[in-house]
Design a protein around this ligand. Structure first.
Ligand SMILES: *[C@@H]1O[C@H](CO)[C@@H](O)[C@H](O)[C@H]1NC(C)=O
Ligand SMILES: *[C@@H]1O[C@H](CO)[C@@H](O)[C@H](O)[C@H]1NC(C)=O
Ligand SMILES: *[C@@H]1O[C@H](CO)[C@@H](O)[C@H](O)[C@H]1NC(C)=O
Ligand SMILES: *[C@@H]1O[C@H](CO)[C@@H](O)[C@H](O)[C@H]1NC(C)=O
Ligand SMILES: *[C@@H]1O[C@H](CO)[C@@H](O)[C@H](O)[C@H]1NC(C)=O
Length: 361
């Protein structure tokens, strides 16, 4: 158990972590709030630093046939491999090592769904590779239909599913074009049947021009041509939070949401004002803080999370990912251009999944 974004009148603690009895022994907190007392008793898994670890990466990406060309950095010629050698070290505890077999055993007959944009695809494919490398002989049944990709680890009957959605709220075809409906989540009927849900949305809210996947915005009965995007993001996310509060049986379904995934297109943010992007980066930032702090989107997300009454765990990966200016594909991808938005597989996504694993096991 980690974060409980629960507000129950008396305590709402934004400490996302597990209780550690000693630096090496961390016990998951039982359902409920995390009480912050002697600081050495509390471990926030999301606060720490990157340390070199010769045993990394967790798997050989060339042996994982499930990586999209956007993320497959080694296949597309990335010459430096140092970025693969870092392990996330929380300040007051250790993350358990990922054990794919115990994960599959625990989730026998269950369905785990990632819902969101290409950052969700990124984390999804890393989890598939981590599980595949733990049990390489196990056949995977691959099914796909529209926005859904469903990989079932046979024998265990564990399905890891991707539901692609740019905004979480609906986009529908109307008479005069595509409508982004900020108050509506029709797909929720499929989502709420799952055992674990991992949400994410942000990347598409600021897109305009040909990359904008809608023509109008609808709020209730009002149709708008456009609006201040941060407000649209907050309204859409609030609809999601209301959906969780009213429609999800959180006794059956565990709900997670990713923090905002940072980009690295401006060296000034990491004290290299002459670098226009992440292309020259080969090592993480040493330390625990990123010079520019959190973006406005993280604060907006936090505001909405504060309105949840059901338990939702935040995978608060923003800061630890900010430190990884070296972990993007940059030019080593199969689509061309410099990409400092997505992340190489293997790499940082494996840590996001280790954190998800820690919260689930
Ligand atoms: C935890 O801290 C609170 C306030 O700082 C204190 O009142 C309480 O006694 C402490 N509990 C334990 C178990 O130390
Ligand atoms: C596999 O799990 C699904 C739910 O994910 C369930 O509907 C199905 O009956 C299971 N199949 C077997 C053979 O256990
Ligand atoms: C995923 O595939 C499994 C195995 O065929 C199936 O039982 C399950 O219903 C599928 N889930 C979704 C959401 O399509
Ligand atoms: C990182 O910082 C620590 C102290 O904060 C220092 O001991 C260590 O040598 C630094 N590592 C690198 C690679 O600069
Ligand atoms: C994540 O953690 C940071 C620092 O630990 C905190 O400032 C922030 O509010 C948290 N939430 C989000 C949504 O990033």
């Amino acid at each position: 158990m980690g974060v409980e974004m629960r507000i129950d009148g008396c305590i709402s603690v934004a400490i996302f972590g597990i209780i550690c009895l000693s630096p090496c022994l961390c016990l998951a907190n039982v359902e409920g709030d995390v009480y912050q007392n002697a600081s050495n008793l509390i471990c926030n898994r999301y606060e720490g630093r990157w340390v070199r670890d010769e045993s990394y990466p967790l798997y050989d990406s060339s042996k994982c046939p499930h990586i999209n060309r956007v993320f497959d950095c080694l296949k597309y010629g990335r010459p430096d491999h140092e970025y693969l050698k870092y392990r996330w070290q929380p300040h007051n505890c250790d993350l358990p090592r990922f054990d794919g077999r115990s994960f599959l055993t625990k989730f026998k007959g269950k369905q785990i769904m990632f819902i969101g944009d290409s950052i969700s695809v990124n984390q999804y494919q890393s989890l598939i590779c981590m599980l595949h490398s733990s049990v390489p002989e196990l056949p995977i049944l691959e099914q796909g239909r529209g926005h859904i990709t469903n990989y079932t680890f046979q024998g265990y009957n564990v399905s890891v599913i991707l539901f692609f959605s740019t905004h979480l709220v609906d986009i529908v075809n109307g008479k005069n074009g595509r409508i982004l409906k900020l108050n509506s989540i029709e797909n929720g009927e499929i989502w709420k049947k799952m055992d674990v849900l991992v949400f994410n949305t942000w990347l598409w809210w600021y897109r305009s021009g040909p990359k904008q996947p809608w023509d109008y915005i609808q709020i209730g009965n009002k149709i708008l041509k456009n609006m201040y995007r941060m407000n649209a993001f907050k309204l859409g996310l609030t609809t999601w939070a209301k959906w969780v509060n009213t429609k999800v049986d959180t006794e059956k379904t565990k709900v997670f949401i990713q923090g905002i995934s940072p980009k690295h297109y401006s060296g000034a943010q990491w004290n290299k004002p002459n670098e226009p992007n992440c292309a020259k980066e080969t090592v993480p930032i040493n330390g625990s803080t990123y010079p520019t702090g959190l973006s406005q989107a993280s604060y907006a997300l936090q505001d909405v999370l504060n309105t949840l009454i059901k338990p939702v765990q935040l995978l608060n990966i923003t800061i630890l990912s900010q430190l990884r200016k070296d972990a993007h594909p940059s030019s080593y991808n199969g689509i061309g251009g410099i990409d400092c938005t997505h992340w190489c597989i293997a790499g940082l996504m494996d840590t996001w999944n280790q954190l998800l694993y820690t919260a689930l096991m």
